[in-house]
Ligand binder design. Structure first.
Ligand code: GAP
Length: 515
C-alpha cells in the first residue's frame, strides 16, 4: 500500500502531460496554489461531482441540493465566527525567512515519530512472519512504547494549546521537539501569530460607499442562511439535509502538495438538520455512510483511516476526518463534523430572524442541530489520481512499460475509444457510425492517428476502460475487437452488444448498489 519515492512527482507531470491539471496562468509563470483543470481533468471532476451529488440528493429522499452565491452579506462571516476565529497560527524561520503553520509543523513532527513506529512494526512483521501479532507487539515492545509515549505527550500539549489559543505554548512544543526548518535546517523560530484566511474584496463602485465582502471560505454558510427558504418551500421535515457543490477560497499560508492545499478550491458539503439530542446517532451514521461511499470505489480499504480531531474548529463539538493515504502520507480528505446548533443560532441572533423548526411529533419548536459532511473535490481528485497511477511491465511493440490510470470505470473521463485500424477502406466511416451511436450515452473519443498500439497506450494513460477497434473483418460481420484497460485482454463482440457492455461496466449504478 505504499508509493515509490518519486511517484508524486510523476503524477504531477502525468497530470499535465495528459490534460488533467495545469498550473494557473502558466504562461505568466503561474499563480501559486491555483490550478486549472484540462480537457480530461474536467471530465473526471464532473464524474466525481455526479457520484457525490447523486449519492446524496438522488438516493436520499430527505436530501435536496442548492447552489448559493459565492458573495454573501458580510455579517454572515461575523455570525459564523470566521471574521474572529478563522485563523491559522503561523511561525517564521528567521534564517530561511520561510513561513509555516505551527500546527502543521507539530503534526508533521508527530507523524515522523509515528513512521518510526511503523518501521519497527514492519521489521518485526518480516522477522516473525505468520505468527506476528501486531497489537501485542505495539503493546509490549519497549521502543514502540517509548515512541508512542512521545506522541501522546505532544498530542496532549498540542490539544490544550489549541483549545486555549496558547500561541506561546505552540512555539514551545516546536522548540522542545527540536523541529527544524526543512529549508535552512535551523531551529531559529519567531513567535507564533494568528493569520485570518479569508480573502476580501470591495462591493460597490464608489470607494467611500464600498462594503468589504469576503470570498466564501466554505460553502456551508450558503446552506445555513437558506435553511428557512429550503425548509419552507420544500416542506422538509426533520431530519433532512441540504447539499451543495461549489468554490471556496482560503488564503492558505502554506500552500503546497499540488492540488492538496489550494487557495481556490471546490467543496462538496452536506448539512444534515436533526433534533437536538440525536447528534451522536447521526454523527456515527454519516461517518459510516461517507466511508462506504469512499470504499465502494474499490481503491482498497487500507487506503482510508479515521482520525478524530485534537483541535476542533470554532463551530464543532465533535469531528472526525476520513484520511487517505496520499503519496505524502495519510492526510485529511473529508471531515464529518457535529456543529450543534451553533450556526443557525448565530444567524438567528445576528439577523434578528427566527430560525426554528416546529416539530409536530414533539409539538415544540427548536433550533435544529447539524451534522456536516464536507469533502474537498480537488483532494478527492488527487486521491483517485494517486491510487490510479500505475507503471506496469509489459512486452509488446510499444515498449516494455506502460503507464495506466486504473480509475474506477464509472469515473473515467473517457469511457471508450473508437479506433479504425487504418485510415482507409471504409473503416473510419464504420467507426464513426459506432461513435455516433454510443456518444449519446457515453463520453467516447474517435481516434485514427498513429499505430493502434500507440493509441491503446494513450488511452491507458488517461484511464479509458475500453478501446474498440474496427478492422476489415468488421465490415463483413459487424463485430469489433474490444480491449480492456486493466487486463489488456481483447475479444470480439457484436457492435449491437457494445452499448450494454459499456452500460454494465461503466455506469454508476454498480457503485450506488454498494452504498
Ligand atoms: N464546512 C466545513 C469545512 O470547510 P474544512 O475541514 O475546513 O471544513 C473541508 O474543509 C474539506 O475541504 C477538507 O476536508 C478538504 O478536503 C477540503 N479543503 C479544505 N481546505 C482546502 C484547501 N486549501 N485546498 C483544497 N481542499 C481543501
Amino acid at each position: 500500500m505504499s508509493y515509490s519515492e518519486d511517484t508524486f512527482k510523476k503524477i504531477i507531470a502525468h497530470a499535465k502531460e495528459y490534460g488533467f491539471i495545469f498550473q494557473s496562468s502558466e504562461i505568466y509563470d503561474g499563480l501559486s496554489a491555483v490550478y486549472d483543470y484540462g480537457q480530461n481533468g474536467v471530465e473526471l471532476k464532473n464524474n466525481i461531482k455526479k457520484y457525490w451529488w447523486d449519492a446524496m440528493v438522488r438516493l436520499n429522499e430527505n436530501i435536496v441540493g442548492i447552489d448559493s452565491a459565492i458573495f454573501m452579506h458580510p455579517t454572515i462571516w461575523k455570525a459564523s465566527g470566521h471574521v474572529g476565529a478563522f485563523n491559522d497560527p503561523l511561525i517564521d524561520n528567521k534564517d530561511s525567512k520561510k513561513r509555516y503553520r505551527a500546527d502543521v509543523l507539530i503534526e508533521d513532527a508527530r507523524e515522523k515519530i509515528n513512521q518510526k513506529i511503523q518501521k519497527e512494526v514492519e521489521k518485526a512483521k518480516k522477522r516473525f512472519g505468520d505468527t506476528f501479532d501486531e497489537a501485542q507487539f505495539r503493546d509490549t515492545n519497549p521502543r514502540v512504547l517509548e515512541k508512542q509515549a512521545e506522541i501522546d505527550k505532544i498530542t496532549a500539549r498540542y490539544k490544550t494549546a489549541m483549545e486555549n489559543g496558547d500561541l506561546a505554548e505552540l512555539r514551545q512544543i516546536i522548540i522542545d521537539n527540536e523541529v527544524v526548518c526543512p529549508i535552512s535546517g535551523s531551529k531559529n523560530w519567531t513567535d507564533v501569530r494568528q493569520f485570518n484566511l479569508m480573502f476580501s474584496t470591495q462591493l460597490g463602485s464608489v470607494s467611500e460607499d464600498a462594503d468589504t465582502i469576503y470570498l466564501r471560505p466554505e460553502t456551508a454558510q450558503g446552506i445555513f442562511v437558506n435553511y428557512l427558504n429550503v425548509q419552507r418551500t420544500g416542506r422538509m421535515k426533520i431530519p433532512f439535509g441540504i447539499a451543495q457543490i461549489g468554490k471556496a477560497f482560503r488564503n492558505e499560508i502554506v500552500a503546497r502538495q499540488f492540488i492538496f492545499r489550494m487557495r481556490e478550491f471546490e467543496q462538496m458539503e452536506m448539512q444534515f438538520f436533526i433534533r437536538p439530542g440525536e447528534e451522536q446517532t447521526w454523527f456515527e451514521k454519516w461517518r459510516s455512510a461517507r466511508l462506504s461511499w469512499h470504499k465502494a470505489l474499490g481503491l482498497g480499504d487500507e487506503f482510508y483511516r479515521l482520525h478524530d480531531h485534537d483541535k476542533l474548529a470554532h463551530y464543532a463539538s465533535a469531528a472526525t476526518d476520513i484520511e487517505f493515504n496520499f503519496p505524502f502520507g495519510f492526510k485529511e480528505l473529508e471531515g464529518i463534523h457535529a456543529r450543534s446548533d451553533f450556526d443557525l443560532s448565530q444567524h438567528q441572533q445576528f439577523s434578528g430572524k427566527k430560525i426554528q423548526y416546529f416539530d409536530p411529533e414533539l409539538n415544540e419548536s427548536y433550533v435544529p442541530y447539524v451534522i456536516e459532511t464536507s469533502i474537498g473535490l480537488d483532494r478527492m481528485f488527487l486521491a483517485l489520481l494517486s491510487k490510479a497511477y500505475t507503471e506496469e511491465k509489459v512486452t509488446d511493440e510499444e515498449g516494455d512499460t506502460r503507464v495506466v490510470l486504473n480509475i474506477p470505470p464509472a469515473l473515467a473521463p473517457v469511457k471508450a475509444a473508437i479506433l479504425p485500424l487504418i485510415k482507409k477502406d471504409g473503416l473510419p466511416e464504420k467507426a464513426r457510425e459506432i461513435m455516433d451511436n454510443l456518444k449519446f450515452d457515453f463520453n467516447c473519443q474517435y481516434e485514427e492517428k498513429d499505430s493502434i498500439g500507440k493509441r491503446y497506450r494513450r488511452h491507458d494513460a488517461i484511464g479509458t476502460p475500453f478501446c474498440i477497434t474496427v478492422d476489415h473483418q468488421t465490415l463483413e460481420d459487424n463485430m469489433v475487437t474490444i480491449r480492456r484497460r486493466d487486463t489488456m485482454q481483447q475479444n470480439r463482440v457484436a457492435i449491437t452488444e457494445l452499448r450494454s457492455i459499456l452500460e454494465a461496466e461503466t455506469s454508476m449504478r454498480k457503485l450506488f448498489e454498494k452504498l
